[in-house]
Design a protein. Structure first.
Length: 274
């Protein structure tokens, strides 16, 4: 099944996140998804709507509250890119495991590049959003591991294996969590509902939301309303200047834009794959 939003769905797009309560996604009852990007789908026999079963997992908004998965088959239902292997059962059992999974995928993309590796990270971020995680909670997990001298194993390359481990660096934590925050805010920019979040806790802090909502909304508007897959970097730099008084380097802005567009392609595909 390929889900393509109708023009009517585009009209429902809200360019300003002020009108979208941060907890609204947690009350959604249904989800339109492609079959390659689904999170525990229960397909109704009478329609193409894909539903979520809230009993499949527990929230992980609290650092001390583990995300215990009730079914071992849950890993086969998690959102993942087409080229990535199914996540292991342990990757989503606790907020710490989720933080490790995200950080490994972040490093994998930074070290190796590639659109598939980026979408692998984004898919893990979408799952973290759905499970009720927050950017601050996952940041704290990574900081705690860094202070404890925890080493994270490098992801295995396709067809090979590695036992290499490396320590966590503060700068990596901040950039990884910023990417995650951008993914969360992008999800909030999509026509409701796209991803069901089983928590009423806001996924990002008010400060980060205010800083990035306009940036993500501009890109989402171009994606849904005008069918664009790219925006002029200068336009986004002007948005940054208006919000925070300074703009990032063009290459950095372009990388942020790529995260937003790739997230939209994962959670709300608009065109058939070629």
């Amino acid at each position: 099944m390929l889900t393509v939003y109708s023009p009517g769905a585009n009209k429902k797009f809200l360019a300003c996140l002020d009108s979208i309560p941060l907890s609204e996604a947690s009350h959604a009852n249904s989800l339109n998804y492609s079959t390659s990007v689904s999170l525990c789908p229960l397909k109704s026999s009478s329609s193409n709507t894909i539903l979520h079963n809230p009993s499949s997992f527990k929230r992980c908004t609290q650092l001390n509250t583990p995300c215990v998965l009730n079914r071992s088959s849950f890993r086969r239902c998690l959102c993942r890119s087409d080229s990535s292997p199914p996540p292991s059962d342990d990757e989503y059992r606790s907020s710490r495991n989720i933080a490790i999974s995200l950080f490994r995928r972040y490093r994998n993309f930074v070290d190796r590049g590639g659109g598939d590796n980026l979408k692998d990270f984004i898919s893990a971020g979408v799952n973290a959003y759905a499970l009720g995680c927050t950017d601050e909670g996952l940041r704290k997990e990574l900081i705690d591991m860094k202070e404890a001298g925890f080493e994270i194993e490098v992801m295995q390359s396709y067809g090979g294996s590695t036992g290499l481990k490396s320590k966590i660096i503060s700068g990596e934590i901040e950039e990884c969590i910023l990417w995650l925050s951008i993914i969360f805010i992008t999800i909030l920019c999509t026509p409701q509902p796209t991803v069901v979040r089983w928590s009423s806790t806001p996924p990002v802090s008010d400060e980060i939301r205010l800083q990035w909502k306009g940036f993500c909304a501009l890109i989402a508007n171009a994606y849904y309303v005008r069918g664009m897959a790219w925006l002029p970097v200068k336009t986004l730099q002007l948005e940054q200047m208006a919000v925070v008084g300074r703009a990032e380097e063009p290459s950095v802005v372009a990388s942020r834009m790529r995260i937003v567009f790739s997230t939209l392609e994962v959670v709300s595909p608009q065109w058939p794959k070629v």
